[in-house]
Design a protein around this ligand. Structure first.
Ligand code: FMN
Length: 263
């Protein structure tokens, strides 16, 4: 699946099929998480894969009773090595990079799940102490997110999104773009949109041309058929006319003969 398609298709899935997920797919998700960027290449993440039913139930409970999580056959608890982040980058490392690095890993995982036909959800609402106890997280680490994974059993609608106009400023904070199309042009997306528009216009026009050409061809065939029938008809008429003529000549000849012999 194309990256943009995966980004567009990804949704938070909160209902899963009772179908196990192939281990290969889980490995691909973990690899995607591990490939995320991290400040100073710190890679301060640890991924704990939880498939045990009882433990998943406990995690759902610790996540403020989000029992829907139980239906996901796999939970991946993303932990940060907070001590490591602060050792390298002090307060900024602990308060910012520690979280941001893990967030990048989580997003990679969600997209890897989508691209493999799986559903996922980023769960952030949980009691940290309870989660620490359930999976034995040491004091040097911190649970950042739980990613639920499984085959989706729902197709949630796309949630409402702020417009580009609201979301984007140019050059300085708050310098609003005049319109959405201006933002699109600035970010090169307008050209892609234009190309798509031209492509569909072209397809529409070629479709119409094809339709008319086919119609003309069938009309021509129809005319040809009609001409052939007319020709045949004419031939028949001529032949028939001649026959008629021959018949009347014969009749006249016969009458003549009968006259002569006075019958
Ligand atoms: C940091 C973070 C924490 C979240 N925590 C939860 C959560 O605890 N439970 C949940 O159902 N969804 C959670 N979500 C998912 C959001 O509700 C969801 O991404 C948002 O509603 C947009 O929907 P979408 O993911 O389908 O685009 C979380 C998302 C993020 C980024």
């Amino acid at each position: 699946m194309d990256l943009f398609e995966a980004i567009e298709k990804r949704r938070s899935i909160r209902k899963y099929m009772d179908v196990p997920v192939e281990w290969d797919k889980i490995v691909n998700i973990l690899k995607a998480g591990r490939s995320a960027p991290s400040a100073g290449n710190l890679q301060n993440w640890r991924f704990i894969v939880v498939a045990n039913k009882q433990r998943r139930r406990q995690l759902a409970e610790a996540s403020l009773q989000q029992y829907w999580m139980e239906s996901a056959p796999v939970h991946i608890v993303v932990c940060s090595m907070t001590k490591k982040s602060s050792q390298f980058y002090g307060m900024r490392g602990e308060r910012l990079y520690d979280i941001q690095n893990c967030a990048g890993a989580v997003e990679n995982m969600l997209l890897a799940a989508t691209s493999q036909g799986l559903g996922s959800c980023w769960v952030g609402a949980f009691d940290e102490n309870e989660v620490n106890d359930i999976i034995n997280i040491p004091p040097s680490a911190r649970a950042q997110a739980i990613v639920t994974v499984g085959y989706p059993d729902e197709v949630p609608p796309r949630p409402a999104q702020y417009s580009m106009f609201t979301t984007i400023s140019i050059e300085t904070f708050g310098w609003r773009i005049a319109s959405e199309s201006q933002a699109l042009r600035l970010y090169g997306l307008a050209n892609r949109e234009k190309i798509e528009k031209i492509k569909s216009m072209f397809e529409e026009i070629t479709g119409k041309i094809k339709h008319h050409v086919n119609k003309a061809i069938s009309k021509k065939d129809e005319n040809k058929e009609k001409e052939a029938l007319d020709e045949e008809h004419k031939d028949l008429e001529e032949k028939h006319g001649k026959e008629k003529l021959e018949k009347t000549d014969l009749q006249r000849h016969k009458d003549d003969l009968l006259d002569r012999i006075n019958i």
